[in-house]
Design a protein around this ligand. Structure first.
Ligand code: NAG
Ligand code: ZN
Length: 446
């Protein structure tokens, strides 16, 4: 805006500078004063109309968009902001949809056309998406089959590898659209190249088969976050369940859970606290040397369900004393947003503003859960709709800088922080963690 104002000011100066007659040209002073009088009157009338009635003019003829309360139409502003700071979504469930609907046959999946659920390439482009975490989720095992010590379901490692294969195969199938991203530099270069940065996230440490060695190999395959739990407890940490919630098992993190976080910090795998119990989240925030994320969680104060983050945890987020940098990426799942039938753009924006109020605007992001949820909020039906949410917040007074943080900047800062911690730990010679889960008997102890 200021550039444009300056531009117009300087072009006016040029006009005035060149509009006077040459000093010795013959001219009629009466005609001159009448013309100048008329021009002056017209200019004043124009300025009055623009200054006092600008807000009431239809958007398409607002000639001075930066004057008055609205900088522009919120929709136009949202698209403008997103063109420079596209969405980096913390959690999209396309791979599990491909498992359920296409038996993981990537050849049968046509992302260039209208997909059955919330995500495809045309809608990603319409929604100004610059990157997202592809969740390589597989569900918790049946608790009966799993047993109380989580020792049986190591086939979940196979299934996770299959979902990594699906995600990477789809990314490779559309090289003009997607680019695998292994860190923040990759995210930025993908966006600069007009590609959608594609990151991998594992949604629950139940997918590790109780093994920190598996974490290292997931990292080698490109995984950059692990959610400490899904809806079940696991060997590493307690979950919050879904609704009404579940009884704690470890009381937060287990001993091997703390070791898992140490190895995640060393590798540069983001600790994701969505789905965890409050005790797990609080302990992990204190234990982790690196900033953490909630890849897809909303605010419990706005809608009281266990999956949402309570204020007592939001208060621990920040960069002050005893606080950890973090980003809470708001989940759009209607059951976590509002009472039945009431989830819409306004109620999702209320979650964003509440997290911003308690933790700060630098600590909130977007983690839609698209393709992983059955229904969607009104107005946020799929990945093409992020601009409407950004427009809502723009209308509520968020600046373009604050919105650029929300859409992706905050996640990038947190991720950069985790990368830095990883570099420092490696430089300090911190060794890989070789701790074994104490309930395992299949490996003889030395
Ligand atoms: C996978 O999908 C392709 C394209 O629809 C089809 O030709 C192929 O037979 C499928 N493969 C299997 C194993 O179903
Ligand atoms: Zn989830």
């Amino acid at each position: 805006m200021s550039e444009r104002t300056a531009l117009i000011a300087s072009s006016n100066a040029n006009e005035h500078g060149s509009s006077g007659p040459p000093p010795n040209a013959p001219y009629n002073t009466t005609v001159r004063s009448v013309v100048w009088g008329l021009l002056t009157a017209l200019t004043i009338a124009f300025a009055v109309v623009m200054l006092f009635f600008n807000d009431n003019l239809p958007d398409n003829i607002k000639l001075i968009p930066w004057i008055g309360g609205d900088l522009h139409d919120p929709t136009v502003a949202a698209l403008d902001i997103l063109s420079k700071a596209p969405v980096i979504d913390g959690h999209i469930d396309l791979p599990i949809l491909v498992r359920h609907l296409y038996a993981n046959n990537v050849s049968a999946v046509d992302l260039s056309d209208n997909m059955p659920s919330h995500v495809d390439i045309p809608r990603l482009k319409a929604g100004k998406v610059g990157g997202f975490f592809w969740s390589v989720y597989v569900s918790c095992a049946d608790p009966e089959a799993e047993g109380p010590e989580f020792l049986t379901s190591t086939w979940r490692v196979r299934d996770t590898l299959e979902q990594i294969d699906v995600a990477k195969s789809l990314i490779e199938k559309y090289p003009d659209t997607f680019q695998l991203a292994l860190g923040t530099e990759d995210i930025k270069s993908s966006i600069t190249n007009g590609k959608i940065a594609s990151l991998l996230g594992v949604e629950g440490a139940h997918q590790l088969g109780n093994s920190i060695a598996v974490l290292r190999q997931y990292y080698a395959l490109g995984v950059r976050y692990v959610t400490l739990t899904h809806a079940c407890h696991n060997a590493f940490a307690d979950s919050c369940g879904i609704a009404p919630g579940i009884e704690p098992l470890h009381g937060g993190l287990s001993t091997i859970g703390r070791s898992l976080i140490d190895e995640m910090n060393r590798l540069g795998v983001l600790v994701d606290l969505s789905h965890t119990s409050d005790a797990t989240a609080i302990q992990a925030l204190k234990h982790s040397k690196a900033p953490v994320i909630w890849s897809h969680s909303s605010a419990r104060n706005v809608h009281d369900v266990p999956r949402n983050v309570p204020d007592k945890v939001l208060k621990l987020i920040g960069t002050g004393d005893g606080q950890t940098d973090a980003v809470v990426m708001v989940n759009f799942a209607p059951m976590f947003v509002a009472p039945e039938g009431l989830a819409n753009i306004v109620t999702v924006a209320n979650h964003i503003e509440h997290i911003a109020k308690i933790a700060g605007k630098r600590h909130v992001g977007l983690g839609s859960d698209f393709d992983g949820i059955q229904d969607t909020p009104t107005g946020l039906e799929d990945v093409s709709k992020y601009p409407a949410l950004i427009a809502e917040l723009y209308d509520r007074g968020w600046t373009k800088y604050e919105l650029a943080g929300l859409t992706g900047g905050n996640l990038l800062r947190v991720f950069e922080g985790a990368e830095k911690v990883s570099r420092n730990l490696k430089a300090a010679g911190v060794q890989p963690v070789y701790d074994l889960y104490d309930k395992r008997t299949d490996i003889p102890r030395i």
